[in-house]
Design a protein around this ligand. Structure first.
Ligand code: AVI
Length: 305
């Protein structure tokens, strides 16, 4: 059984090294801030991935073939799927997201724009089993997971997520996935600590969301955004750091944070293509082909069983 959000959050906050799951970034304000992040000059992944997809659209379309049922976990504003579904001539699109309210509006916009595409909106996330519409055929599915969201899972979780994706498709299915690659720290760190402070607002907003979910009393002005590359783990880490002594209360408990103490809110792993292919293989995707940009900053991988 998945943990209740309240229990999961309090358990995370009560650990010696406190953490909040990155899924709590995405209330409706957080989803809007994330959209802003994707347009920041420092945040290269979205535009680099889009450029790769645009450049190789014809080859991707040829390899996957027309009439695919596209399933997109973490669909958000459905923006990327619109481009993909057009490019490959998809028949149906299933958008899956935890921010159901945001998703419903986006799915409706897509229906209005592409009336020939059957669009379904499903609430859910990849840490649990995704329940798809009952009448959805199993054959000819394509799981679409752009944006390098796979990087936000630790390795065992990432494997688990890829295995769940594998279970969503049959032997004729495929996975099209975006993967952010390891690169210079001078590129990576500003992407997660932008000059305009949008990523800081995105990180701090998790505290507001947590306050609403568990009834805690975090005050955002007492916390600062931190983002840095952890070389050993090959990941960007985002934290919220107490600026001063902070006492946080929630129903039935609370804790003290000393100045400088941090809450780990997100990891964003940066892969190399070979390492990622191994992970795919372990999840049951035995064949993969990757396209990258000229600087090899990002990869779009098409994986099949
Ligand atoms: C959603 N995910 C791929 C983003 C990333 O780059 O890891 C989340 C993000 N966090 C801060 N900026 C963007």
């Amino acid at each position: 059984m998945p943990a209740q959000p309240t229990h999961e959050i309090i358990e995370g906050l009560s650990r010696p090294q406190p953490s909040i799951s990155p899924k709590y970034f995405y209330d409706s304000k957080g989803s809007r801030l994330f959209e802003q992040i994707t347009r920041l000059p420092e945040y290269y992944p979205t535009r680099t991935e889009q450029a790769i997809l645009a450049r190789h659209a014809a080859e991707i379309a040829r390899r996957v073939g027309p009439g695919r049922i596209v399933i997109e976990p973490g669909a958000g504003n459905c923006e990327k799927a619109r481009v993909l579904c057009r490019a490959i001539g998809a028949s149906r699109y299933v958008a899956v997201d935890i921010s159901a309210e945001f998703l419903t509006e986006a799915a409706q916009r897509l229906r209005d724009e592409m009336p020939q595409l059957q669009v379904h909106a499903v609430g859910g996330d990849l840490t649990q089993e995704i329940v798809l519409p009952e009448d959805l055929p199993r054959a000819h599915r394509l799981v679409y997971y752009p944006g390098s969201s796979i990087g936000n899972f630790d390795r065992p979780q990432a494997l688990d997520v890829l295995v769940r994706m594998r279970r969503l498709i049959d032997h004729d299915g495929a996975l099209l996935i975006g993967v952010d690659l390891r690169k210079e720290v001078s590129v990576l760190e500003p992407a997660y600590d932008d000059a305009a402070g949008v990523t800081a607002a995105f990180n701090l907003n998790a505290l507001d969301h947590v306050n609403r979910l568990v009834g805690s009393d975090f005050h955002l002005h007492q916390w600062r955004h931190r983002a840095f590359f952890n070389h050993e783990a090959s990941r960007i880490e985002m934290h919220l750091e107490a600026k001063t002594d902070v006492d946080v209360h929630w129903p039935g408990g609370g804790r003290h944070f000393a100045p400088g103490e941090r809450i780990h809110t997100e990891s964003s792993y940066k892969y190399d293509i070979e390492g990622f292919a191994h992970l795919l293989h372990a999840a049951g995707f035995h064949h993969s082909v990757a396209w990258t940009d000229e600087r090899r900053w990002f990869a779009v991988v098409l994986a099949t069983p």
